[in-house]
Design a protein around this ligand. Structure first.
Ligand code: 5GP
Length: 301
């Protein structure tokens, strides 16, 4: 049997790790005592970005609420369908909605999350940015519906909801889309309800959509922030699109023409971010979301 090598840490690394552990425990116990004193709600903890809080067990969080014993925590989690080992970061939309109901947390108790709309030409690196924000505790990345067929690596319900034309028509007719548009021979739309739910739960929502859809969101949600992702240069974008390899020359020319049209819409957006380094773009999007959230709080008071 091959045993994995135990991690060998230098004394400095060991000291740093134990210091980080102490700080994480301190942060968790501070949050729990503030909940116990009713200074903050469980949603203030759920929306706390710190990794130490996100890693906290849901049972510990609920156990801190005044007047709720471990037996009730257990029964409540069983009723909502939350596994006993679940941590805050792993809570889903329906579980969070159920917790809100159980603890009578109203919409005004939670500051509404921002709505960030991101567009930009194909090949600019939007999917890398989206992937980074999917892992961010303050964000929820919207899952669009589309009538196009899934690509090999795509999963239904994660990358997209892959729908038939009939089902898409039905959702349009029922007013279930926040926006929808046609793009390259298929239809794409943002389901409205989850966006509303997540924002009401305090998470900022990211939509990665094309330009016609971004314009619709601007019209229906004037409070949203529209961000255009731009390549460092036209030559850079050309190189990235060439790099996609298997395309025929006609297809490549069509992609470039489409990208040129998309680039022309950049001035309509609130912010243009040049994608030099993904981490910088992600950090800017996080701070824009926090700014919008704070702004909407101020206007409530
Ligand atoms: P793809 O088929 O390459 O995944 O996406 C094609 C284009 O559709 C991209 O520009 C993407 O941003 C856009 N898109 C994806 N989901 C939506 C949506 O829900 N609404 C709109 N309007 N565009 C979308």
């Amino acid at each position: 049997m091959v045993r994995p090598n135990p991690p060998t840490l230098t004394p400095e690394q060991r000291a740093a790790a134990s210091q980080a552990g102490i700080e994480a425990r301190r942060a968790r116990s501070d949050i729990k005592s503030r909940i116990a004193r009713s200074e903050i709600s469980i949603f203030d903890a759920i929306n706390d970005q710190r990794a130490a809080i996100q890693r906290m067990k849901v049972s510990d969080l609920l156990g801190a609420v005044p007047g709720i014993g471990s037996r009730r925590v257990f029964l409540l989690m069983e009723k909502i369908g939350i596994a006993t080992t679940r941590r805050i970061a792993g809570l889903g939309e329906h579980q969070l909605m159920a917790l809100r109901r159980e603890f009578s947390v109203t919409k005004s108790d939670v500051s509404q999350g921002a709505l960030i709309v991101m567009s930009g030409p194909g090949g600019v690196g939007k999917s890398t940015i989206t992937a980074a924000l999917r892992d961010h505790p303050s964000f929820w990345v919207s899952i669009s519906a589309t009538t196009r067929s899934p690509r090999e690596t795509e999963r239904d319900g994660f990358d997209y909801y892959f729908l038939s034309d009939e089902k898409f028509d039905e959702m349009v007719a029922n007013g279930e889309f926040l926006e929808w548009a046609e793009f390259a021979g298929a239809r794409y739309g943002t389901p409205k309800q989850p966006v509303e739910n997540w924002r009401n739960l305090g998470k900022s929502v990211l939509l990665e959509i094309e330009i016609a859809g971004a314009r619709q969101v601007r019209a229906s949600e004037p409070n949203s922030t529209l961000v255009f992702i731009s390549p460092p240069s036209w030559a850079d974008l050309e190189a990235r699109l060439q790099g996609r390899g298997t395309d025929s020359p006609e297809r490549r020319a069509a992609r470039l023409a489409l990208a040129r049209d998309e680039m022309a819409a950049a001035p309509e957006f609130d912010h243009i971010l040049v994608n030099e380094r993904v981490e910088e773009v992600v950090a800017t999007l996080v701070s824009l979301a926090l700014g919008q959230k704070a702004g909407s709080n101020e206007s409530e008071h």
